[in-house]
Design a protein around this ligand. Structure first.
Ligand code: V47
Length: 353
């Protein structure tokens, strides 16, 4: 059957058809992606008042795309103390944040309790703040470093106050590309297994995809379908987040950015293929705010949040170091013709702005 007919019928698409979607023109893709988005959320666009914290940049792994970890291109190693992290949370809580999004590097000098104690103390002092922390790459690193099963690490995370897991560390699941861009880091199987186990504990998580570097379109479709398969099994993913690769200060020699058209196609295809993942996030820190706002018309329904500070993508050239003020964020969403809906980390609606 013709792929357009399948789109018209709302049928689930397989790998070959997913790849073919990239050859469909952007506006036809937009028609179907936007239809699906509207059925689910109308003109609502979700965001979160959040604070990103990256407490250390010392990393045992060497991912070629990473400009954040301390290395010879970024020779400024740091590790925050718990008091420093708590001071950041306290300050941000005065501005009404509902979530801290904590992603660190794989620091083999910090102890397990440096990681876990940080969450415990935040939860004790700020019980109303949702802690989204530890990518599957960090969970894998800590489990191996301390001889723990993934299940044991997950128990420790829950006992110490982690509420949900961010989607980082997924990169591209294809083993060959993965070997080239982030050899030695959490494998695709391990990444998926950690999220599977997390979901089996009744918890939610997100999933990212880093693209626009050396991968091909086929690899993106494969990545999305591996996530769709796991989601069929567990239902635990809230959100899919395609991250545009930022090209400064790292060891992956890629000169060109993915085009705006390719980004929008990827957002639309994600909305169409991932029929079981409720939210598609246009993460403005990698796409720019303007393109993220446009992506709302191509299937994206979530814009992450105000962020406040961001160290990973901005180290690689993105204009996201200082987040965006709440009033400006809300005004931009309104001006783009959508309804800004503040959400909590689990997508319960808090306020229509
Ligand atoms: O996995 C590293 C990426 C991710 C670069 O769950 C880069 O809501 C672009 O996990 N260019 C961490 N990206 C960030 C992350 C995240 C971000 C936003 C929302 C959520 C969520 C999670 O940052 C890593 C890696 O793929 N990254 N270097 C770079 N040069």
């Amino acid at each position: 059957m013709d792929i357009l007919q399948k789109l018209e019928n709302g049928e689930r698409l397989g790998f070959d058809e997913g790849v073919q979607l990239y050859d469909v023109d952007l506006f036809t893709l937009a028609k179907y992606a936007d239809k699906r988005r509207k059925e689910l959320y109308g003109k609502k666009s979700f965001f979160n008042i959040n604070r990103h914290i990256n407490p250390t940049n010392i990393c045992k792994d060497i991912c070629k795309f990473c400009a954040f970890s301390a290395n010879r291109k970024n020779p400024n190693p740091y590790t925050m103390s718990h008091d420093e992290v708590l001071a950041i949370v306290e300050d941000a809580s005065k501005r009404g944040i509902k979530e801290v999004h904590i992603v660190s590097a794989h620091n083999d000098k910090a102890r397990l309790d440096w990681y876990l104690g940080m969450f415990r103390k935040i939860k004790e002092q700020f019980p109303h703040i949702h802690i989204k922390a530890l990518t599957a790459a960090e969970v894998n690193f800590l489990a191996k470093e301390y001889g723990l099963e993934f299940e044991e690490m997950i128990d420790l995370m829950i006992d110490n106050g982690v509420d949900s897991m961010p989607g980082g560390g997924a990169e591209i699941f294809d083993e060959e590309v993965r070997e080239y861009i982030c050899k030695g880091k959490v494998s695709s199987q391990e990444w998926l297994q950690i999220h599977r186990l997390w979901h089996k504990r009744g918890r939610k998580s997100n999933a990212t995809m880093l693209f626009g570097h050396v991968e091909k379109r086929e690899h993106r479709i494969d990545h999305m379908l591996r996530l769709r398969n796991l989601q069929d099994e567990t239902g635990g993913f809230n959100c899919f987040i395609p991250l545009i690769y930022q090209k400064e200060n790292n060891y992956l020699k890629v000169q060109n950015f993915v085009t705006g058209q390719e980004y929008l196609k990827t957002i639309a295809i994600a909305r169409i293929l991932l029929d079981n993942i409720p939210h598609i996030k246009a993460y403005w820190a990698t796409s720019t705010l303007n393109l993220a706002l446009v992506a709302q018309e191509f299937g994206a329904d979530d814009l992450d949040g105000t962020i406040e500070r961001e160290a990973i993508q901005s180290a690689a050239g993105a204009q996201s170091r200082y987040g965006v003020p709440l009033e400006e964020f809300v005004a931009l969403i309104k001006d783009s013709g959508f309804i800004p809906v503040e959400r909590d980390s689990l997508y319960n609606e808090i306020k229509v702005w």
